[in-house]
Structure formats: structure tokens, C-alpha cells
Write a protein that binds this ligand. Structure first.
Ligand SMILES: [Zn+2]
Length: 261
């Protein structure tokens, strides 16, 4: 029987527009706890309020005060984000992009680790914790570059309200990110899902869309998920265990093909 990782490698190499979709499981090995499931932040502390965005709109000043002086498990989360570094799985994924095996990466993580690893063609569907976004013109700047002397801070270009780039409950996905995802998923003939069960919309629609258009859906993760039975290929293992091996296989196959051809 051919190992699943060989099947995944062959599928990726025979497809022309491979899109990666990553979630919380991708970052666990960088020391960031997942939100849901065993050991999850929300499992332990309870789910956050579902009207976070309405709270922000109602009182942006209070939101900024809480953001600048986080307390309890939110402070713990901030520290974990600040200390996290990309692992060899992130680096392997970025190299897959550089070598042309992967066209685009969509992440549900806000931890900046794909950027730090070098992924260039990237959509951060739930935002990036290092950035602040203008709700009017959509411009993003690094958090440390804004003046928080007066709260809430305003956009230096248009005067609009600034908010952390992290997409909170009840907040629409930023237009540019949403558009990029739709374009990429429309073109995708292979979806490589790592560390996600694509439980939360819009990501939840991606595997079905790719499959409906004849594409291959691959899952990489240590445990069975709600989506596993719908995937064409399932590689059991963590991002650190699987992605570097997958990259090595791709490089081997490519050089063999080059010699044969
Ligand atoms: Zn603006």
C-alpha cells in the first residue's frame, strides 16, 4: 500500500494551483494553545462574548484600554504570541511556495508565524495580531507605529477609527482578505489543510468548494476531525512531523522527474 504522504506528494505535484489552509493546530508546536478542544483556551475559560464587534463599535475607547492592558488569560495569550517563533513546518510551507509547489496560503491564525517563516502569498483571514487596521480605508500599520496617546487612535491617512487587525466575533472579514480567498479558492485544484477542521466559516466552505470543482482535498493533522471523512487523502501527524517530510519528497520527485525528462 502506498503511504498517504506519498499520495499527498503526488497529488500536490500533479495539480497546478495548490492552496494551503491552516488553523490553530499549525501553531501548537510553536507554543500557542488552540482555542477549542483539549487544552484549548476557550475550553478552559469559556467562549468569548459573541458580540465583541458590537462592543467595540459601542465603546472603542474601552476596547483599546483593554487591548493595551490585557488581563488574565488574554495577557497569557499575548505573551505566547509575542514569544512564538515559526517551526520547521511553517518554514517548509514557505519553501513549498518559493519552489512553486504551493500557490497561496490562507491561515485562520493571527500569530504572524507564516509571515515570519517567509510565506509571501498569504491571506490572514482572521487578521494579524501585530497589525492595526483602519475600519474606513482598510489600511494596515504595525501596532507599535501608532500613537495611542489619545484613545481610540485614528488613521493618519483618513482619520478613520483604528482597530486591532484581529477579526473579532461579529466582525465582517475585511474586504481585501475575503476577495483574495474567493479568488484563490475558485482557482484551487488542490487544498492542503493543516491543523484545521475548517470548523469556522468562511473556511468551512473551502474544502466543499474545491471538491465540487473536481479538486483534491488533503488533510494533515494528528487526530481525526469532522472533515476527515470528506478528504481524499489524510496524512496523520503534526505539522512538524509531516510538512518537512512532504517537502523533501517533493524535491526528490522533482529532481527524479527532471533527470527522467
Ligand atoms: Zn484610514
Amino acid at each position: 500500500m502506498i503511504p498517504e504522504i506519498e499520495l499527498a506528494c503526488a497529488a500536490i505535484m500533479h495539480r497546478s494551483h495548490v492552496v494551503c489552509l491552516t488553523g490553530a493546530g499549525m501553531s501548537v508546536e510553536s507554543g500557542i494553545r488552540p482555542f477549542r478542544g483539549p487544552g484549548g483556551l476557550w475550553t478552559e475559560h469559556g467562549e468569548p462574548a459573541l458580540d465583541d464587534y458590537q462592543q467595540f463599535v459601542k465603546d472603542p475607547r474601552k476596547y483599546w484600554q483593554e487591548l493595551l492592558e490585557p488581563k488574565g488569560f488574554i495577557a497569557e495569550l499575548h505573551n505566547a504570541l509575542r514569544d512564538a517563533r515559526p517551526h520547521i513546518g511553517h518554514l517548509a510551507m514557505a519553501e513549498m511556495e518559493r519552489l512553486g509547489f504551493v500557490a497561496f496560503t490562507i491561515t485562520q491564525n493571527v500569530d504572524d508565524l507564516h509571515r515570519q517563516a517567509g510565506s509571501q502569498r498569504l491571506a490572514e483571514i482572521h487578521g494579524n495580531y501585530t497589525l492595526v487596521r483602519c475600519l474606513d480605508c482598510g489600511r494596515r500599520v504595525r501596532s507599535e507605529d501608532i500613537d495611542t496617546g489619545t484613545l481610540p487612535p485614528r488613521c493618519s491617512r483618513c482619520g478613520g477609527l483604528l482597530k486591532s487587525d484581529i477579526v473579532v466575533f461579529g466582525e465582517p472579514i475585511p474586504e481585501d482578505v475575503g476577495r483574495a480567498c474567493i479568488e484563490e479558492i475558485d482557482q484551487a485544484d488542490c487544498l492542503l489543510m493543516v491543523g484545521t477542521s475548517a470548523y469556522v466559516y468562511p473556511a468551512a466552505g473551502f474544502p466543499h468548494h474545491v471538491k465540487a470543482h473536481g479538486g483534491t482535498v488533503i488533510e494533515v493533522g494528528p487526530h481525526s476531525t469532522e472533515i476527515s471523512h470528506e478528504c481524499d487523502i489524510v496524512v496523520r501527524g503534526t505539522a512538524v512531523e509531516v510538512l518537512p517530510r512532504l517537502l523533501e519528497l517533493m524535491k526528490e520527485r522533482r529532481s527524479t522527474t527532471a533527470v527522467d525528462g
